[in-house]
Design a protein around this ligand. Structure first.
Ligand SMILES: NC(=O)c1ccc[n+]([C@@H]2O[C@H](COP(=O)([O-])OP(=O)(O)OC[C@H]3O[C@@H](n4cnc5c(N)ncnc54)[C@H](O)[C@@H]3O)[C@@H](O)[C@H]2O)c1
Length: 329
């Protein structure tokens, strides 16, 4: 298959990020755009070519496509099954869904129709993530995993992200990248305990906001390592930063996520690596290559794998609600 016909559903912010990269990949044709807000689909079609629709039903009825990018908000997931049933390869943005029932429903159909699939946990595609993984393995065991997702509050009023039933909250929607990287580097989690709250943003920024503005999530990994991932989105124009540190006896591995920096702290030495890789471009190229060749070996985040990250973050929400630790064994 030399020419790959691609459609995108959900023509918003991250859809642009993918479309701008997809047009640079040889053989890719952006054939169609779908959005419930037809104006948005139309503006993508004016910019990138291709047809536009306001539903996936119209897309599958009218177009022959090989791959679909799903860049809708988390609450809008599920309808993609209609494309999967046609044998279309699917690239999902994270988080894959807002609950396990929906995630498993989609996973079942991916398995049943054996479609190529990938999920946008883009940090996995950074060269520094492979270096980090090698170092963690070489220096195991890890004693502690320490993660952070601090974001400046940038959301306009009524944005879907502000509502927990639409975006899942900061842990499920945003800090998911740190949880996923922790799984990528340290492996599976067996127990989760969380304190999650909206202490300030719901009072002083938007009174109807239901997503949390601050959280701590304690983790026990199957390796035995203990971990904690903290997140906040409340502080405007002050500080922003994503990181994951893995602490072992001989080294500390520090992955700075969005900053694309890796530091390895050793006795008397700190090594720093700055990645030149565009992880969005990389994940798109790998996915398209898999669709072209059928070889999925370079895909670093499958739907099935991403469901495991979702499960941890949903367990954090459950723990915060019940006040109990949640076992994932
Ligand atoms: N990997 C990353 O770095 C990254 C960055 C940003 C967003 N994301 C993820 O991408 C997804 C989209 O986020 P965004 O910031 O681009 O959102 P957005 O609000 O900018 O865009 C979403 C688009 O989907 C459309 N839409 C909503 N419901 C729909 C439906 N049922 N059918 C078709 N279209 C529908 C909206 O009209 C909108 O145009 C989220 O899951 C988010 O977590 C990932």
């Amino acid at each position: 298959m030399n020419e790959i016909n691609v459609a995108i559903i959900g023509c918003g912010g991250i859809a642009s990020v993918h479309a701008e990269r997809l047009i640079k990949i040889e053989g890719v044709r952006l054939k169609a755009f779908v959005d419930i807000d037809e104006k948005r689909a139309k503006s993508f079609s004016e910019k990138f070519g291709g047809h536009y629709y306001n539903s996936i039903d119209q897309l599958v009825k009218n177009e022959h496509i090989d791959a679909l990018f799903i860049t809708t908000p988390p609450f809008a997931r599920g309808d993609e099954v209609k494309a999967i049933e046609k044998g279309i390869a699917v690239f999902f943005e994270k988080p894959v869904a807002l609950n396990m029932r929906k995630a498993e429903e989609i996973l079942d159909s991916i398995r049943r129709y054996s479609v190529i699939n990938s999920v946008g946990y883009m940090w996995r595609y950074l060269d520094i993530s492979s270096v980090a993984k090698e170092e963690v393995v070489k220096n195991s065991p890890t004693a502690m995993v320490l993660g952070q997702y601090i974001d400046p509050f940038w959301f306009p009023p009524k944005h879907w992200w502000l509502y927990k039933d639409k975006g899942g909250g900061q842990v499920v929607e945003q800090a998911t990248h740190v949880f996923d990287l922790a799984r990528y580097l340290e492996g599976e989690v067996s127990r989760v305990y969380a304190e999650i709250d909206n202490r300030i943003a719901g009072k002083f920024i938007y009174s109807d906001m239901t997503a949390e503005d601050s959280s701590i999530v304690s983790l026990r990994f199957k390796t035995g390592a203990v971990g904690v991932i903290v997140s906040s989105c409340v502080s405007q124009n002050t500080f922003t930063g994503t990181l994951l540190r893995l602490i072992t006896r001989n080294i500390v591995v520090e992955h700075l996520g969005h900053s694309k920096i890796l530091r390895i702290y050793e006795k008397n030495r700190i090594q720093e690596f700055r990645s030149p890789v565009d992880p969005y471009f990389e994940e798109d190229k790998v996915f398209i290559e898999a669709v072209k060749t059928g070889d999925t070996s370079k895909i670093k985040s499958s739907f099935e794998d991403a469901v495991k990250t979702l499960k941890i973050t949903l367990a954090a929400n459950e723990s915060a609600k019940t006040g109990k630790a949640i076992s994932l064994e």
